[in-house]
Design a protein around this ligand. Sequence first.
Ligand SMILES: Cc1cc2nc3c(=O)[nH]c(=O)nc-3n(C[C@H](O)[C@H](O)[C@H](O)COP(=O)(O)O)c2cc1C
Length: 363
Amino acid sequence: MTEPVKFAYWVPNVSGGLVISNIEQRTSWTPEYNRKLAQIAEQAGFDYALSQIRFTAGYGADNQHESVSFSQDLLAHTEKLNVIAALLPGPWNPALAAKQIATISHLSGGRIAVNVVSGWFRGEFAAIGEHWLDHDERYRRSEEFIRALRGIWTEDSFTFRGDFYRFSDYSLKPKPLDPLPEIFQGGSSRAARDMAARVSDWYFTNGNTPEGLTAQVEDIRAKAAANGHKVKVGINAFAIARDTEAEAKAVLDEIIGKANPDAVQGFAHEVKNAGKASPEGEGNWAKSSFEDLVQYNDGFRSNLIGTPQQIAERIIGLKDAGADLILLGFLHFQEEVEYFGKHVLPLVRQLEAERAREAVAAE
Ligand SMILES: Cc1cc2nc3c(=O)[nH]c(=O)nc-3n(C[C@H](O)[C@H](O)[C@H](O)COP(=O)(O)O)c2cc1C
């Protein structure tokens, strides 16, 4: 029997919401708004919240709270929710990150996880005086970062000789609670997939169709199996669930109609350093249209836009294509996370139960 699909939401710890549009967004980046949102989300049945790391942003996200400290605050205000904090190798080194996250693991009863991101925004690195590495070098560094994190968390007298990081006989105490914080990773290029197939617990990818997702999952699972590694997959989606399909589509049209063209173009200009810059020219944003980029992780492409029934069926379609987790963004987070928990999630569970019964009957 397959596991129930898991749900995560994007923490709006960055201003401007999840779409680059002048449409009204009843979403706020403040701590107060986010604490309440996290409580609504855990009540609604969400498993994870994913916070973002940005040092600067040129696409309407003028204010950005730091990810690890913000995640810790959300953990302090919730009971069940797991919170994924983003770590960017470069600004973070693995010694500090391992220690920070180990302490938060103890503070939160083991509910902290990490998302090791690899950097796509050259201007941000320039602004904070960090060296900018070529695309695949960034992933080589991220892989060492993950190997170091895991080594520090699991071994005493940890010794590591990498090109980017070095450890000598290091014993972190205390180690994080068991089970270890899960290690997520974002990105879709070949380097991102290969890294996931070697070291990550979870691979996050931008919004996509079930067919687009299947191609990535097949590649990643085959490579992971060859490495004796197991990796789970999360896909991004921007959900617009309304009582009728016409209402949901009208909201999408309004988001795109009121998109801020300069900010979207600016973002398009920046992301050319990501997947498209990888040697094979694949990866995040390599094929994104203007409309796709209005949701800055291609979330419309996953097409979770319609009635609760349509969305639930499409979630099952993504699950069939290999998704273990659906990462969701919303226009009006608090209201829509609640609506999603009430109207969509039960339908997903119902469809999963029907599937399980059919599978038993077929045996
Ligand atoms: C779900 C998800 C979350 C991400 N979160 C962040 C983030 O908080 N900060 C950041 O700088 N990059 C973030 N990234 C960007 C990735 O780390 C990576 O740089 C980008 O997806 C380009 O990857 P690619 O070139 O392998 O396609 C995220 C990516 C995904 C898919």
